[in-house]
Structures are given as structure tokens and as C-alpha cells.
Design a protein around this ligand. Sequence first.
Ligand SMILES: Cc1cc2nc3c(=O)[nH]c(=O)nc-3n(C[C@H](O)[C@H](O)[C@H](O)COP(=O)(O)O)c2cc1C
Length: 191
Amino acid sequence: MTRPRLVGLSANVQRPSKTRTLVETIVREAGARGAVEARVFDFVDAGPGLGAAWTRDQLPLPARRLIEAIEAADGLVVGSPVYKGSYTGLFKHLFDLVDPQALAGKPVAIAATGGGPRHALVVEHSFRPLFGFFGALQVPVSVYASDAEFTDGALTDGGVRERAALAGGFLADLLAHRASTAAPAALAAAR
Ligand SMILES: Cc1cc2nc3c(=O)[nH]c(=O)nc-3n(C[C@H](O)[C@H](O)[C@H](O)COP(=O)(O)O)c2cc1C
């Protein structure tokens, strides 16, 4: 049996990155719960041409490959740093270029990092409507981490690590369930 393809996308534009660390943690937790073929990308992988492309055919190859990987995935872990109280503009720009049918019924776990705790609900108020638009099957536990929850770049806060494990666990279960049902294809066709 082939393993479900899990793609992690972190919207950081520089490394090291707290967001990438958080996304990698959730991907790892999903892999610990069930066998997955996992890949993690960030915007450093996509390159600066992503922001300059107004249409899909203007995308340079690395950014196009990233979008194709997202569309071909069976499930996603998406994360963004909080910029000005929301996901970054580049994060939204990337998803503006994703086929609107491509994520229908697919499990998606949501993560964000911010400087402090003030914008913790960004995961509920900004991310969920976007992935609702796509008809994605959103993991009920989203994960937010602020600067204080990292030590020397490592995610050290017990509570956030617990939420990451919960989110990864849900994601793995949903991926396994999805493999045994035709519902996502039917949903995509109905949209
Ligand atoms: C342009 C910009 C805007 C930011 N706006 C916010 C904000 O509104 N709220 C917040 O909590 N942190 C804000 N931050 C801090 C980042 O969200 C935070 O440092 C994040 O964890 C960085 O993630 P990274 O290490 O993956 O790049 C902002 C940072 C930048 C560069």
C-alpha cells in the first residue's frame, strides 16, 4: 500500500525559522502516528520569484513545483508567521495561485507563530476561513506558538508541544480515513 503524501508548508522567508520548526514538529508527530511520505517546504525553497508572479504561468520553476506538490498532496500542514495580525501576504498569494478544487476534502493542520501571545487566535480567525474556502478537512486542533515558547530555535513549551502532537495525531487519523473513502473526490467534483 502506498503511504499518503503529507506536505508541510511554512511561510517563513528566512532561516532558521520558528514557523518551519513548528510545521516540522506537527509533520513529525503525524509520521509517528501513521506511515506517511512527508516533505516540508518553505518560501526560501520557492525563491523570490513567487512574489513577482501575478499568474501561475509566470511562476519560476521552484515555486511552480511547490504549488504542484501542495496540489498533489493527500494532506497538508500549513504554517505562517503572523505579520500585522494575520498570515503573511505571500502566504495568501501562494494560495491564490492554488487550484480552487485541489484541497477539497483533504486533511489540513494549521499552525502559526508570532512575537507574543496577542495574536494567538489568528489560526481561528484568518486561516480557517481560507481553508474553508477550499473545502479542506481542517484538523480541529490548531497550533500557535510565540517567541517565548522556543529556546535557541527549538520548540520547548510543553503545552504547545502537546497541541502539536494532538494536531499531528488528528492529521494522521484523517489521512488514514481518507485513504479508505471516496468522499473527497466526490466533494471536489461537486464544487
Ligand atoms: C513584518 C512583520 C510583522 C509582524 N507582525 C506581527 C504581529 O502582528 N503579531 C505578532 O505576534 N508578531 C508579529 N511579527 C513577529 C513574527 O510573527 C514572529 O517573530 C514569527 O515567529 C517569525 O517567524 P519565523 O521565525 O518563522 O520567521 C511580525 C514580524 C514581521 C517581520
